[in-house]
Design a protein around this ligand. Structure first.
Ligand code: FES
Length: 106
């Protein structure tokens, strides 16, 4: 079945937050992080469980799509900041970004 066309607004900004729920991240509190995102994301943003994203040593791992930004070592207490700054104000939270994918600039 053919999908209806998306409006200009809905396609470009539709966001999804992926929260790893695999073993290493779960040991570091990823279940609480997922619950906190699901309770706090703005309307229209999905917060969903993901499988391992290959960054197990620095979990819990979170990605914001479609930007593809990586967050590492996220705890429940960080969720409100990511929601307020990244999802509501379009400013990634630099101090929480994964340095492997977002190197700190001098
Ligand atoms: S277990 Fe979460 S990134 Fe691998």
């Amino acid at each position: 079945m053919q999908q209806p066309p998306l409006s200009a607004n809905s396609s470009a900004k539709r966001r999804c937050v992926l929260i790893c729920q695999h073993r290493s991240c779960m040991r570091q509190g990823a279940a609480a992080v997922l619950s906190a995102f699901q309770a706090a994301v703005p309307q229209g943003v999905l917060a969903v469980a993901s499988d391992c994203m290959g960054q197990c040593a620095s979990g819990p791992t979170v990605r914001v799509m479609p930007e593809g930004d990586w967050y590492c070592r996220i705890q429940e207490a960080d969720v409100e900041t990511i929601v307020t700054e990244h999802l509501e104000s379009d400013r990634a939270v630099r101090r929480l970004l994964h340095p492997r994918f977002h190197p700190i600039e001098d």
